[in-house]
Design a protein around this ligand. Structure first.
Ligand code: ZN
Length: 76
């Protein structure tokens, strides 16, 4: 006999009915709220793609300048 294990929402402590909610231990409503909060939080982070691009540009910058300065005297 397998009695249904009672899983409660981590956020509101309500009994979870669906297997999906039980799997994540968070109810549907609270899960959506968490996702909305997570999205809002990630939106505050200033574009990770840009910072990564900036780092690459910073690394590429000196080497490009070195090549230019190296070529400079040779050319002229
Ligand atoms: Zn909940």
């Amino acid at each position: 006999m397998t009695k249904p294990t009672e899983v409660r929402c981590l956020d509101c402590d309500r009994k979870l009915k669906t297997s999906v909610s039980r799997a994540r231990h968070i109810g549907e409503g609270c899960w959506r709220k968490r996702q909305a909060e997570a999205r809002a939080r990630s939106a505050l982070v200033p574009l990770p793609g840009f910072t990564r691009h900036g780092d690459l540009a910073g690394l590429d910058g000196p080497s490009l300048l070195d090549q230019l300065t190296e070529d400079g005297p040779h050319a002229s």
